[in-house]
Design a protein around this ligand. Sequence first.
Ligand SMILES: Nc1ncnc2c1ncn2[C@@H]1O[C@H](COP(=O)(O)OP(=O)(O)O)[C@@H](O)[C@H]1O
Ligand SMILES: [Mg+2]
Length: 335
Amino acid sequence: MPRDRKAHLPAPSLTSGLREVEPLPPVRLENVSKVYRDPMTLRPFTAVDGVSLTLERGEILGLLGPNGAGKTSTIKMILGLTRPTRGVIRIEGRDPWDSDARKRLGYLPENPCFYDHLGAAEYLDLVGALFGLSRVASRRRSEALLARLGLAAHARKPLRKFSKGMTQRLGICQALLNEPSLLVLDEPMSGLDPIGRAEAKQLLREERDKGTTILLSSHVLSETESLCDRVAILHRGRVHEVGGVSELLSSGVLEWEIAVDSLSDERAAILRSRGHSVQSVGRRWVVRVERESEVQEVLRDLVQERATIRSVEPRRESLEDYFVRALGADGRPAS
Ligand SMILES: Nc1ncnc2c1ncn2[C@@H]1O[C@H](COP(=O)(O)OP(=O)(O)O)[C@@H](O)[C@H]1O
Ligand SMILES: [Mg+2]
């Protein structure tokens, strides 16, 4: 999506008197802060500190940061569940407290908790009614979503019998029921097993491709790295950096990992003497070579020794590595 949209807009037409205006961003935060007060001592605590952020239509933005970074507080302000202490939030130009702003909004709370005597389908009927959907439309949509999230067989089961993962899946169903144009998910991957996470990611990609704007938070960076178009790194209430995942991560290769089935002690010693790292991993050996120019030579030697080479892979920086580098191992921003 072009960043500078103004450049693509036609020149104002004098004859019509009308001018195309730039579409309002789905979400805009301007210098937003949230200060909580300890109920006993009344001491203020700044949980969100001057956050400015704009979501672009049809993107998946990941709000990433360690526990306590201020992700949930930021999300609750965007949803109009709590007021910012300072700053301005707009959802398509509207105040989040304006109920019109929330009509096309879907939300998955951090720890969803539902009326546990209801069944899944019954609960979705209730959500549909709250959104003002017709019963037929609501049922059609909920049946499709329950099937999509693997809950069709559990549609009548009371929610108290749902596991954490099933509850999370139902939470995703309710967030999508009103076909939102803005979807806000607080830690959507928590409680899901690897298959559930892969399915949820696929579903979110499909929603994004339909034009839905998605904001999701996560403290487990690797879970969302492959999903987000952009990420905002939040730390101690401040946005530390915003950018495309590939821009934030150094695109360069950190090292090459060569996995082999067997390795003689002599060869291991030679490789180590040349500055490569050699480690046994299970029944295999992994040789790590930093310089690409030396990879061919190492491979040639290994082949000559009749070692079976299983894989040669570049290892790039992950968002986890980035996090440690940018914020320091102790979580303090590196100076
Ligand atoms: N209602 C509240 N009252 C007081 N402090 C709060 C409240 N909600 C959150 N906090 C504090 O604000 C900080 C940020 O919390 P939160 O937004 O939940 O972070 P995250 O979602 O990134 O883990 C934490 O230190 C938390 O204890
Ligand atoms: Mg949170």
